[in-house]
Design a protein around this ligand. Structure first.
Ligand SMILES: Cc1cc2nc3c(=O)[nH]c(=O)nc-3n(C[C@H](O)[C@H](O)[C@H](O)COP(=O)(O)O)c2cc1C
Ligand code: SF4
Ligand code: SF4
Length: 253
């Protein structure tokens, strides 16, 4: 089974390509998060967890999901992280989680995908992003082949103290910066409610004709990037900035 978390579709794209190559099903964990359910999986085979890198490690939404769900003892667990540059301490985080859950840890690999953190970084052109996605295909297929043949991913190298440093940075960043205070909607909004559907945490509701953000945000960037009217802004940092639409037409359909 391939379980994925995604904001703008990079991780779904990777998860589906792996699933189609390994004859598996790709499942979006957002449905469990939105329902506030902790699933109990019974399949004793191989699990592939695909998630974006946030703040130099596995996105917390995926970490929490795995931590809270139930899996059969000893399942083989592969982790595939999508990042714009570097997956940081994700291998150590995933190895720790696997040990805690009683998984057989098969390793963590990074697939470089386009940067989606548009509130903090420049967006590349559409052509540059398309090239990043097409360049990722051989790497994704190499991982699929390792998974199919039951081989481990290669062990990752981390610098001394990287996990402890990352955990400290994450704790601060999630607490102080991953909030919705700066999100607002402009007159371009046509009240289509796509942002409500796209939020993988179910954090957006509607008040009359406009979206309203709740408190449970992980800065996945789905709402702001996927709004068809570019009607969502984050303070002034996104004004006039190209949105990143992702590699799939509608990653939350
Ligand atoms: C909150 C946030 C934090 C991020 N942190 C990192 C990071 O530490 N390193 C990195 O290379 N990319 C980082 N990125 C970029 C994403 O990992 C990358 O674009 C990913 O492929 C997005 O996946 P998705 O489309 O499935 O949501 C970050 C993106 C977001 C939204
Ligand atoms: S997706 Fe954009 S246009 Fe549609 S309701 Fe949300 S903010 Fe408005
Ligand atoms: S509110 Fe927007 S940025 Fe926050 S989790 Fe939902 S879709 Fe992602």
């Amino acid at each position: 089974m391939v379980l994925y978390f995604t904001g703008t579709g990079n991780s779904r794209f990777v998860a589906e390509r792996i699933a189609s190559s390994t004859g598996d099903t790709a499942v979006n964990i957002s449905k469990y998060i939105k329902e506030h359910t902790h699933p109990m999986f019974t399949d004793t085979g191989v699990y592939v967890f695909v998630a974006p890198c946030y703040v130099s490690t596995t996105a917390m939404a995926m970490f929490d999901f795995i931590n809270d769900a139930t899996f059969p003892e000893g399942i083989r667990a592969y982790f595939v992280i999508t990042s714009a540059a570097y997956m940081g301490a994700a291998p150590a985080t995933n190895a720790y989680l696997s040990k805690k859950k009683g998984f057989e840890y098969m390793g963590t690999e990074n697939i470089i995908m386009p940067q989606n953190y548009i509130t903090h970084f420049k967006t590349k052109t559409k052509e540059e992003n398309q090239k990043i996605v097409s360049d990722s295909l051989p790497a994704i297929d190499r991982l699929s082949s390792l998974i199919r043949s039951g081989k481990s991913f290669k062990p990752a190298k981390l610098f001394f103290g990287e996990l402890a440093l990352t955990n400290a940075a994450c704790a601060i960043y999630y607490k102080l910066f991953m909030n919705t205070r700066k999100f607002h909607v402009t007159d371009r909004c046509i009240s289509c409610r796509k942002c409500v559907r796209d939020c993988p945490l179910g954090n957006i509701s509607f008040d009359g004709s406009r979206p309203v953000w709740g408190k449970n945000c992980t800065h996945c960037m789905a709402c702001i990037n996927l709004c068809p009217r570019s009607a969502i802004e984050y303070g002034r940092s996104t004004q006039g900035k190209e949105r990143y639409r992702g590699p799939m037409a509608d990653p939350h359909e």
